[in-house]
Design a protein around this ligand. Structure first.
Ligand code: PLP
Length: 400
């Protein structure tokens, strides 16, 4: 009898962890590696948030939290949703978890019956299809194009809906494309959803604050309040608050769903740790000036990377409107040969070549559901980004 469960054969480890492990191996061999693979701001968590955590420790707030999250944080989340998104949520509609990732996982675990379908516009954050498979659901891809700004049209959505469709996952600003859906695009999507009451909407808003120039974040909840009984909002502290290591996220949705997610959480992790949650209260309630300052820096880095990469023959980089990633087409280098005589057949071959040849670690498009592309994170200094682009340009020039 096999020890490992059969169904896990369909679940893949995160491609980012795989690239990170390869990069670490090369670093141990003495290679100079530039990591543009992880989705992690290089900024440190703001001091006032760190101080809120140490204050909680000093005050002895070190006991088990309520598994659904501390009351004060859930209340602060309701206030945030009201203030930023004009959405009215009651405290019993809020759950706090160890990162947005656990919220998403709990939501799928709470709702998917074997064979249920989950619609994923691609490119998507690579954990979505794996979490769906983990819960015996079927991910249904909706490919988008660079020409459409990597956004799913209402018609494309409708063509994928069946009686088995349980969820549509919307992620705007999106990882890995940085695409941001406008109000009118969301309205068109909402019009389709109104016709299919079996479809629930999971709106992953984790990059909400990271939008550039005139781009506005609009929440589906705001555009279509009549769909609120079918909507789960997922958000977290990792990105805009630079709190990746704290593991704190939350969900806001229908009471029955939140109760079921709580049941899962109470029998698994027992929720997010207590002092992190107190830091989360401060993050939501206190000064947000650092977000705008960080965004200015991110925008300058984005502009640098987009201009450098678009100057390289064989690559094309659409300017992202939000988040901190570029999703770059490498169609123009497919079929070329490396100086070692290897043919680049696909985006996986290309990123392997980049890592080995130049020490630049990026993630290939296949796990994001749309090839031939690769993702870089520009959440690192301009100096490092400049050097990385130089190395990528040289590597492309060396192809025949
Ligand atoms: N959703 C998206 C789109 C992400 O890119 C990420 C992290 O990369 C997450 C959710 C998970 O965030 P957290 O760190 O809160 O678990």
């Amino acid at each position: 009898m096999a020890f490992i469960a059969d169904y896990l054969k369909n679940v893949k480890p995160s491609a980012v962890s795989v690239v990170t492990a390869l990069a670490s191996d090369l670093e141990r061999q003495g290679r100079d590696i530039i990591r543009l693979s992880a989705g992690e701001p290089d900024f440190c968590t703001p001091d006032h948030i760190k101080r809120a955590c140490t204050r909680a420790l000093d005050e002895g707030k070190t006991k088990y939290p309520p598994a659904i999250g501390i009351h004060e944080l859930r209340e602060a989340i309701c206030q945030k949703l009201k203030k930023d998104n004009e959405l009215n949520y009651e405290i019993d509609q809020i759950i706090v978890s160890t990162g947005a990732k656990q919220v998403l996982f709990n939501a799928f675990a709470a709702t998917i019956n074997p064979g249920d379908e989950v619609i994923l516009p691609c490119p998507y954050w690579m954990s979505y299809p794996n979490m769906v498979r983990f819960n015996l659901g079927i991910p249904v891809d909706v490919p988008t194009t660079v020409q459409n700004g990597f956004k799913m049209t209402a018609e494309a959505l409708e063509s994928k809906i069946t009686q088995r469709t349980k969820w549509l996952v919307l992620n705007s600003p999106g990882n890995p494309s940085g695409a941001v859906y406008s109000k009118s695009e969301l309205e068109a999507i909402a019009d389709v959803l109104r016709r299919y009451p079996q479809v629930h909407i999971l709106s992953d808003d984790i990059y909400e604050y990271m939008v550039y120039e005139d781009t506005q974040f609009v929440s589906l909840g705001q555009v279509a309040p009549d769909l609120s009984s079918r909507l789960l909002i997922v958000n977290g502290f990792s990105k805009a608050y630079a709190m990746t290591g704290w593991r704190l996220g939350y969900g806001a949705g229908p009471v029955e769903l939140v109760k079921t997610m709580f049941k899962i959480q109470s029998q698994s992790t027992s929720g997010a740790n207590t002092m992190t949650q107190w830091a989360g209260v401060t993050a939501l309630k206190d000064d947000h000036a650092f977000v705008a300052k960080n965004n200015e820096i991110f925008q300058a880095r984005r502009d640098l990377v987009v201009s450098r990469l678009n100057a390289i023959e064989g690559l094309y980089c659409e300017k992202p409107e939000g988040a901190f990633y570029c999703y770059i087409s490498c169609e123009g280098v497919i079929g070329k040969t490396t100086p070692q005589g290897d043919v680049i057949h696909n985006d996986a071959d290309f990123v392997k070549y980049l890592l080995n040849e130049t020490g630049v670690a990026v993630v290939h498009g296949e796990p994001f559901g749309l090839s031939p592309f690769f993702r870089i994170s520009f959440a690192t200094s301009s100096k490092i980004l400049e050097e990385a682009c130089k190395r990528i340009a040289q590597a492309c020039e060396n192809l025949n």
